[in-house]
Design a protein around this ligand. Structure first.
Ligand SMILES: Nc1ncnc2c1ncn2[C@@H]1O[C@H](COP(=O)(O)OP(=O)(O)O)[C@@H](O)[C@H]1O
Ligand SMILES: [Mg+2]
Length: 260
């Protein structure tokens, strides 16, 4: 399975105000950027600069006011089973077991029940929850629920992955283990990823490229290549001078935007 090319061409966005007579708010300045197949791209920038809006455009949930966004040349469609969307809140269905939550994207794709169950079971084992297949979300800890959500997002091997601060609500220890687990699975699936995070260490650990956005209206003010070999480990990165140097260079740009 290979990823899709995500392309933004002269994309600009305004949201209309809820108050009568107020002008629309410009959220995103004209932006053109291409994410090649299988690239893992992090978007960082101050709150409100339009990061989630960009993901929602890639999901087909928001149409840009100007310009266009395409996945392999096509306009994104809502509910496309080839697009996975992972949020900070796990959004599992409370009335379904872990196994049935994970098999949901496979159901949307079609395919036999036996095959769905065996794929879902296999990936639940890979995320360390083989023994919790029959548990309901309410019976799982937050970290376990997010691991189920990771399994559900990746089980159908979507070629595009949209991730909106997916690990930000986890405690530091759990976050580390879910990040590593996610990377392991992603290295197999190799989808193109748009990953929003506030955490620069996480951005460097996970991605091939980091785009830094300005404060609203957002525009890309800098971009950085991250060429550390994969598989990566945070411990190894943190002992490398190159990692700290890259962190400082990204932080220097990021800080100017958040301090405005
Ligand atoms: N549906 C909407 N209607 C009106 N304004 C919105 C809507 N969605 C987001 N916004 C506004 O657009 C701006 C960018 O939002 P968002 O993309 O969520 O930023 P970020 O994810 O970078 O924090 C914010 O000021 C937000 O309040
Ligand atoms: Mg957001």
């Amino acid at each position: 399975m290979s990823g899709k090319t995500i392309c933004l061409q002269n994309v600009e966005h305004f949201f209309s105000s809820h108050r009568i007579g107020e002008p629309p708010t410009k959220v995103l300045c004209q932006t053109s950027v291409t994410m090649p197949k299988q690239q893992f791209v992090s978007l960082v920038g101050p709150s409100g600069c339009g990061k989630t809006t960009v993901l929602n455009m890639a999901a087909g949930l928001v149409r840009p006011t100007q310009g266009n966004i395409t996945l392999d040349g096509k306009t994104p469609k809502v509910g496309d089973p080839d697009v996975g969307y992972l949020l900070a809140r796990d959004a599992l269905l409370p009335w379904r077991t872990a196994l049935m939550n994970v098999s949901l994207p496979l159901e949307l794709r079609g395919g036999g029940r036996k095959e769905r169950e065996s794929l879902a079971r296999k990936i639940l084992e890979e995320v360390g929850l083989g023994n919790f297949a029959d548990a309901y979300p309410a019976q799982l800890s937050h970290g376990m629920r997010q691991r189920v959500a990771v399994a559900r997002t990746l089980v159908a091997e979507p070629n595009t992955l949209l991730m909106d601060e997916p690990f930000s609500a986890l405690d530091a220890q759990t976050r580390l283990s879910v990040q590593q687990l996610f990377l392991r699975l992603w290295e197999r699936v190799q989808s193109t990823v748009l990953f929003v995070t506030h955490d620069l260490t996480e951005a460097i650990l996970m991605s091939d490229r980091v785009l830094v956005f300005s404060a609203r209206p957002g525009e890309i003010v800098a971009e950085f290549e991250v060429d550390f070999e994969r598989p990566r480990s945070l411990r190894e990165l943190q002992s490398s001078e190159r990692f700290h140097d890259l962190f400082r260079r990204i932080w220097d740009v990021f800080r100017q935007e958040v301090e405005v």
